[in-house]
Design a protein around this ligand. Structure first.
Ligand SMILES: Cc1cc2nc3c(=O)[nH]c(=O)nc-3n(C[C@H](O)[C@H](O)[C@H](O)COP(=O)(O)O)c2cc1C
Length: 211
C-alpha cells in the first residue's frame, strides 16, 4: 500500500461569499441538512478536541445532539478524560468531515455544562439499554475485563427492573458556544474554498482563507 499515491480531486461543489449565510449557525444548519439529505451515516458525528492543563491535546468522536446560537450540545460522562480536560481548560474544538460532499466544518469556543434538568430530560428519552450503560460504565476508567461491565449491567437491571433508571450525577451534556467557524469546500487542483467567521464585538466577520 502506497499512501503517497492515494490522490483525488474534489469536484462536488464550490463556495462563494454570495452564497454564504451571514449567520454561521444558519450556514452550518444548511450544510448539516445537505449531509442528512445525502444519507451520510453519522452525519452528526463530530471530532471533539480538548486539551489538558498543559495544553496537551486529545480528540475523540461525539454525537451532536442539538445546536443554536447558545451552543453545540453533546452528551457524555463528566468524569471521562474529556471531562477532566474541560474542568481545567474549558476551550474546545469541533470538527465535522462529510467526505461524500467534500466538506469540512470547524467550530471553536468555550464549553460549559448544560443544566442537570436538561440533561435529565435528554437522558430519559434514551433507550432503557443506553440508560443502563450510562449508569454502569465508568467512562475512560480502566476496568479489569468485559465481564466487569456485564456484571454491573446485570446488577443494575436486577436493582431497578423496569423502573426508571436514575441519571448518574456524572452524566450529562456540554455546550460549546462558538466564537469561530470555518467552512471548507474541496475544489479541483487543491484550490479549495475556505471561509472563516470570527466574532468581533458581537458581529460575525467573514473572510476567505487561502487553502
Ligand atoms: C460514532 C461515535 C459516536 C460516539 N458518540 C459519543 C457520544 O455522543 N458521547 C460520548 O461520551 N462518547 C461517544 N463516543 C465515544 C468517544 O469517542 C470516546 O471513546 C469516549 O467519549 C471517551 O473519550 P475520552 O476518554 O476522551 O473522554 C462515540 C464514538 C463514536 C465512534
Amino acid at each position: 500500500m502506497k499512501l503517497e499515491e492515494i490522490r483525488r480531486d474534489y469536484l462536488k461543489g464550490s463556495l462563494d461569499r454570495e452564497h454564504l449565510a451571514d449567520d454561521p449557525i444558519q450556514q452550518f444548519n444548511d450544510w448539516l441538512e445537505d449531509a442528512l439529505n445525502a444519507g451520510i451515516q453519522d452525519a452528526n458525528a463530530m471530532t471533539l478536541a480538548t486539551a489538558d492543563a498543559y495544553g496537551k491535546p486529545s480528540a475523540r468522536i461525539v454525537l451532536l445532539k442539538g445546536f443554536d446560537k447558545d451552543g453545540f450540545r453533546f452528551f457524555t460522562n463528566f468524569s471521562s478524560r474529556k471531562g477532566a480536560h474541560l474542568e481545567v481548560n474549558n476551550f474546545g474544538a469541533l470538527l465535522f468531515y462529510w467526505p461524500h460532499l467534500e466538506r469540512q466544518v470547524r467550530i471553536e469556543g468555550a464549553v460549559t455544562e448544560i443544566s442537570a434538568e436538561v440533561s435529565r430530560a435528554y437522558f430519559n428519552e434514551r433507550s432503557y439499554e443506553s440508560r443502563v450503560s450510562a449508569l454502569t460504565s465508568p467512562q475512560s476508567q480502566p476496568i479489569p475485563d468485559r465481564e466487569y461491565l456485564v456484571r454491573r449491567v446485570d446488577e443494575a437491571i436486577k436493582k431497578y427492573g423496569k423502573d426508571d433508571i436514575p441519571k448518574p450525577q456524572e452524566w450529562g451534556g456540554y455546550r460549546l458556544k462558538p466564537e469561530y467557524f470555518e467552512f471548507w469546500q474541496g475544489r479541483a487542483n487543491r484550490l479549495h474554498d475556505r471561509f472563516r467567521y470570527t466574532l468581533v464585538d458581537g458581529v460575525w466577520k467573514i473572510n476567505r482563507l487561502a487553502p
